[in-house]
Write a protein that binds this ligand. Structure first.
Ligand SMILES: *Cc1c(COP(=O)(O)O)cnc(C)c1O
Length: 330
C-alpha cells in the first residue's frame, strides 16, 4: 500500500486523470470518491439545490432520488412516469418553465427497468435554462455508450465502480462544471466529506479530501488501460453487439421487453416475464446448475421481470454462454 499524501499517490491520480477526462468528455477535473454512487448522488443535492430540485423518475433508482433530496431538507418534486417508460424532454421543459427549480436529477440508464433516457434531447431543453444545473447518473451506461459531459452541458456527471466499469463496489467517479462549482460556493451546509469545493481544492494537488480507497484506484488504472487498449468505438460496438444478442434471445425465447421500444438500454435488458414462468426458480436453477447469476427483477417488478446485463467486461462469448444456459434451464 502507498500513502495517500505522498508522491506515489499523486503520480497515481495524475496518471489516471487525463484518461478519465477523455472518458467523461470533459476538461473539468474528475474526482475519485470513496463511497458508492449514492454518496455522490446525495452530494449533488447538498452542493447544488437551493430553491428546488426536479427529480426525473422512471424506476427504482431515479425514484429514490426524490426521497434522498427530501431527507436532505430540500424542496423536491417528482416528474414521475410509469416504470418502463422514458423521461420525455417536453415534460421536463414544462416543469422547468414554472421557475420553481434550480436543479434537475436524471438517471441516464435506469438499471431497474432497462430504460435508457434520451440524454441529448433532455440536455437540449436544459440549455434553455442557463441557471439550472443538471445532475446525471451514468452508473450503468458510462463507457458503454458515448456520453460527452461538456458537449451535453451536464453539470454533475457521476458513475459508480461496480456496474458499467466492472470494478469492485464501494467507489465512484464524478466531474463538476464551473456553473455547479459556483452554485456550491453560494450554498451553506455542504458538509465536508462530499463538499465539491473541497474535492476541487485537493484535486489541484492530486489528492482527495480524505483517505481514498487506494486499492480501487489501482484497479481503475488497470481498467482504464484496458479500455484505452480496446478503443472507445470498439468498446461501444461490443456493447451494441452483445445487447443485440440479448434482444434476439428475448424475442426467440418468446418473452417481451419491459422497456418501451426506442428507449431500451444498450447495456442491460429488463425482460418482461410474458411467459409467466417462475423467475425466482429460473435464477436459482441457473445458479446451481451453471454457476451464473442473474437478477430476478428489482423491487416491485421482481418475478414480473428479470434482467440480463451486457455491461462492463461481457463479450459475445460470455453473453452467448449465458443465453444458452438460460435456454437449458427454461
Ligand atoms: C446501482 C445504481 C445506483 C446505486 O449504486 P450504489 O453503488 O448502490 O450507490 C445508482 N444509480 C444507478 C443507475 C444504479 O444502477
Amino acid at each position: 500500500m502507498i500513502g495517500h499524501r505522498g508522491e506515489d499517490f499523486k503520480n497515481l491520480y495524475c496518471g489516471v486523470h487525463p484518461k478519465l477526462q477523455t472518458l467523461f468528455g470533459t476538461k473539468q477535473p474528475v474526482f475519485l470518491c470513496t463511497s458508492s454512487a449514492w454518496g455522490v448522488m446525495e452530494a449533488s443535492i447538498r452542493n447544488l439545490v437551493d430553491r428546488g430540485v426536479l427529480c426525473c423518475m422512471c424506476g427504482a433508482f431515479s425514484d429514490k432520488w426524490l426521497d434522498v433530496a427530501k431527507r436532505c431538507g430540500k424542496n423536491a418534486e417528482p416528474l414521475q412516469v410509469d416504470w418502463g417508460k422514458h423521461i420525455d424532454h417536453k415534460a421536463v421543459d414544462r416543469r422547468l418553465a414554472t421557475g420553481k427549480f434550480d436543479t434537475v436529477t436524471l438517471i441516464h440508464n435506469e438499471t431497474s427497468t432497462g430504460v435508457m433516457n434520451p440524454l441529448g434531447e433532455i440536455c437540449c431543453i436544459l440549455a434553455k435554462y442557463p441557471d439550472i444545473t443538471l445532475v446525471v447518473d451514468t452508473v450503468s451506461s458510462f463507457s458503454g455508450v458515448k456520453i460527452d459531459m461538456d458537449a451535453l452541458g451536464i453539470d454533475v456527471m457521476l458513475t459508480g465502480a461496480q456496474k458499467a466499469l466492472a470494478l469492485p463496489p464501494g467507489f465512484s467517479l464524478f466531474s463538476v462544471s464551473e456553473k455547479a462549482f459556483a452554485r456550491a460556493g453560494r450554498l451553506p451546509n455542504r458538509g465536508f466529506y462530499f463538499d465539491f469545493l473541497e474535492f476541487r481544492k485537493q484535486q489541484a494537488q492530486w489528492m482527495t479530501p480524505s483517505t481514498p480507497s487506494i486499492a480501487h484506484i489501482h484497479a481503475l488504472q488497470y481498467k482504464l488501460d484496458e479500455i484505452f487498449e480496446e478503443g472507445f468505438e470498439a468498446r461501444f460496438d461490443r456493447h451494441a453487439r452483445t445487447n443485440a444478442l440479448v434482444h434476439n434471445w428475448v424475442r426467440s425465447a418468446g418473452f417481451d421487453f419491459f422497456a418501451e421500444e426506442g428507449f431500451r438500454s444498450k447495456t442491460l435488458t429488463c425482460v418482461k416475464n410474458s411467459r409467466n414462468i417462475d423467475v425466482l426458480k429460473l435464477a436459482r436453477d441457473l445458479r446451481s446448475k451453471h454457476h451464473l447469476v442473474i437478477d430476478p427483477g428489482y423491487g416491485k417488478i421482481q418475478g414480473k421481470t428479470f434482467r440480463l446485463s451486457n455491461m462492463g467486461d461481457e463479450t459475445e462469448e460470455s453473453v452467448s454462454v449465458l443465453l444458452a444456459c438460460l435456454d437449458d434451464v427454461l
